[in-house]
Design a protein around this ligand. Structure first.
Ligand code: CU
Length: 674
């Protein structure tokens, strides 16, 4: 999470925006930085539309003064050498993070930006390399740098679906957008989900193809990149492996809940030796590089040339399952790392993804990342047709393919094997002395609905400054819900104030055959709705928590247009900041998706509230004062000492333990959809 500290900066002078302020903000006001980032990302395939940035792009010499870099210019020398040797990927070509060479190039630029000590150096490099590196690499490097650099703590990144709309919008709509531009006719085009009603998967396409969900997924991977190297970047991403497990576990259980609501069976896990039943036709096109490849129904996995043999993936899976059975992984140097404890899930996440934190990538490989590529290439496994990468080779587009959820069900079941091997919590461990939940109710309806959402496609089409923009946008249907509040009455029988953690979950009451889930099966399917800290005074406490406050969700990011408008208004008013702080982190689940889609009779869920000992749980101070806490987007130490999903993360052999706890509450609720 980016800490919201308001800097009292003086607005920079107009002519040269950076050098009038020199402080730890890096020599520019937040509003100025926001302005620069807006324009760097506006129409990335064309000349930058800001005079100052244009001048920097033409005249800046990145190597001229290396005293402005925290690595003495090491990264910039490397990148400039690649540029001079003509080794960099051409512009107007597709880019995929899963392509090793392309990723290296994007990360070279990321390193230059990350090691820039002041804003002038950061923005000058961004403006200069915008003219020289591949546009996809540029966007990735700039997004990652803005997420991680200390210079950009208050910068809001424009919604990716308006920066690179091709990766979020159907080809049919993109074609209409080009037509509108060519004929200079404003146009508003409806986006339909891919496929026809003959495909049952179509019923849940609103989930995998939701632009907010795609943004959540891609932003999570920017916040916790698998390529992150502590030595290089200077700090550690706390509990990255466990977070990898949790964010995808939540996507998995949320998708199954949406399926239930649409009369579909839960996702089956992917199996290397079984048929991939569902094909996929993405109806999505690259800006440069043609259509995303399709995959027919009922194909068997084939080895992918230059990437992996299916046999080798099975071997990697067996090694990981062996480690789980043994309770330890074997590190690169032959020593063992115990995973038979709360921290084990973190190690296992690093191993399975894999990230640079994996203790032994030589032995355990990179099951998840390789699986993404192998599955993405099944339409052209031997490269016979020279097709560009598949949707699974981009975090922006992955969830569009239902096979993404099969792949993650497979990963999730491996994680479950580990979690199930841990000793269940005892009643004593789960109790919160003197604290009892008196009652839980919901104020307002639990009701979902579909609404239209419009976003701009102006950045999808080519143009020149000589041709005026016409308004081009698309309208998509998307899931939302009415606002509601949780009302939780808690009795604190201690004679003093205590800090409490409130954890709220919901799991489907029945399975797809209308049979109630057992406690143990239900708790594994629990959707995390909220997690927050509060102080409990002695006596009765009435806690009211609004659905909009949920720590696992984020609001819609303002449109690119409105970001630009608000920034320019702030600058012309002489303000040093733009009032957009609540949008700084886009890493959570869209708040619209907080509860799964209901149905007309009311879909039953088990609502669960656990109030646990905040003092024992809290890893940092002052959590009860933090109202903008975001569980996915934190920087530094993860605030909760407990594992993700606590207290439902371990198997429950005897559910009476939970029902005997006075600090635990469960009741059935209904979610409607109208
Ligand atoms: Cu992912």
């Amino acid at each position: 999470m980016k800490v919201l500290v308001f800097c009292a900066l003086v607005a920079a002078a107009a002519a040269w925006p950076y050098d009038s302020v020199n402080d730890d903000a890096g020599g520019a006001s937040d509003a100025q930085k926001q302005h620069d980032v807006n324009y760097l990302l506006f129409k990335v395939y064309e000349d930058v539309r800001d005079e100052n940035l244009h001048k920097l792009g033409e005249t800046f010499d990145p190597e001229a003064d290396t005293s402005h870099y925290s690595d003495n210019g090491e990264a910039v020398h490397k990148l400039v050498k690649e540029l001079k040797d003509h080794r960099l990927l051409q512009q107007k070509h597709w880019f995929s993070l899963f392509n090793t060479r392309q990723r290296e190039e994007a990360l070279l630029l990321y390193d230059v930006l990350e090691h820039s000590n002041d804003w002038q150096t950061f923005v000058s490099n961004a403006a200069y390399f915008r003219n020289h590196v591949n546009e996809g690499e540029f966007v990735y490097a700039l997004y990652a740098a803005v997420v991680h650099s200390s210079l950009t703590k208050h910068v809001v990144l424009p919604p990716l679906y308006e920066v690179t709309p091709h990766l979020f919008t159907n080809s049919e709509v993109i074609q209409e957008a080009y037509h509108a531009k060519m004929t200079q006719t404003p146009g508003k085009f409806r986006s339909h989900f891919t496929g026809s009603k003959k495909n049952p998967e179509q019923r849940v396409a609103y989930f995998g193809e939701d632009i907010g969900l795609n943004t959540h997924h891609v932003t999570w991977h920017l916040e916790f990149p698998f390529w992150w190297n502590d030595k290089h970047e200077g700090y550690h991403l706390d509990r990255k492996g466990e977070n990898f497990f949790w964010v995808h576990h939540q996507l998995t259980v949320r998708f199954d809940a949406e399926r239930l609501s649409n009369h579909l069976d839960p996702v089956n896990e992917l199996h290397w030796e079984a048929t991939i039943e569902e094909g996929f036709a993405p109806h999505t096109t690259y800006k440069y590089g043609g259509e995303f490849p399709s995959r027919p129904d009922n194909i068997h996995f084939e080895d992918v040339d230059g990437i992996a043999h299916i046999r080798d993936l099975i071997i990697l899976e067996n090694r990981i399952r062996d480690a789980i059975a043994h309770g330890y992984v074997t590190a690169h140097d032959g020593s063992t790392v115990d995973i038979n404890n709360s921290h084990g899930i973190d190690v296992l996440g690093d191993v399975i993804e894999s990230s640079t934190y994996s203790p032994n990538v030589e032995y355990y490989g990179s099951l998840h990342n390789t699986a993404h590529i192998v599955l993405g290439r099944q339409g052209d496994p031997h490269g016979k047709y020279d097709l560009p990468p598949g949707v699974l080779e981009h975090f922006e587009t992955s969830t569009r393919d239902p096979a993404f959820f099969r792949l993650h069900k497979y990963m999730d079941n491996i994680f479950r094997e580990h979690k199930d091997s841990l000793t269940p919590y005892t009643k004593e461990e789960l109790e919160f002395s003197g604290v009892a939940i008196d009652g839980v109710s919901i104020d307002g309806p639990l009701e979902t609905f579909f609404e239209d959402f419009e976003y701009s496609l102006v950045n999808a089409v080519d143009d020149t400054p000589q041709v005026a923009d016409v308004a081009i946008s698309t309208v998509v249907s998307r899931l939302n819900h009415k606002d509601f509040s949780f009302k939780i009455d808690v009795n604190n029988n201690n004679d003093h104030e205590v800090l409490a953690t409130v954890r709220i979950f919901a799991w489907p009451h029945n399975d797809n055959n209308d049979i109630p889930y057992s406690f143990n099966e239900g708790r594994w399917r629990a959707i995390e709705l909220d997690r927050f800290w509060t102080k409990l005074s002695p006596g009765v406490n009435h806690i009211v928590r609004k659905s909009t406050e949920s720590a696992v969700t984020v609001p819609d990011v303002p449109s690119f247009d409105s970001l630009i408008e608000r920034t320019e208004a702030a600058l012309s008013a002489g303000s040093s900041e733009v009032d957009i702080h609540e949008f700084v982190s886009a890493v959570g689940v869209p708040n619209r998706f907080l509860i799964p889609k209901g149905n007309s009779e009311g879909l039953e869920f088990e609502l669960v509230v656990a109030v646990t000992d905040g003092k024992a749980d809290a890893a940092v101070e002052g959590l009860h004062e933090n109202t903008v806490f975001n569980h996915y987007g934190y920087h530094g130490v993860y605030p909760d000492n407990r594992p993700h999903g606590y207290p439902l993360d371990r198997r429950v052999d005897d559910e009476r333990i939970f029902h005997d706890l006075s600090n635990f509450h469960q009741h059935t609720v209904k979610i409607y959809n109208h």
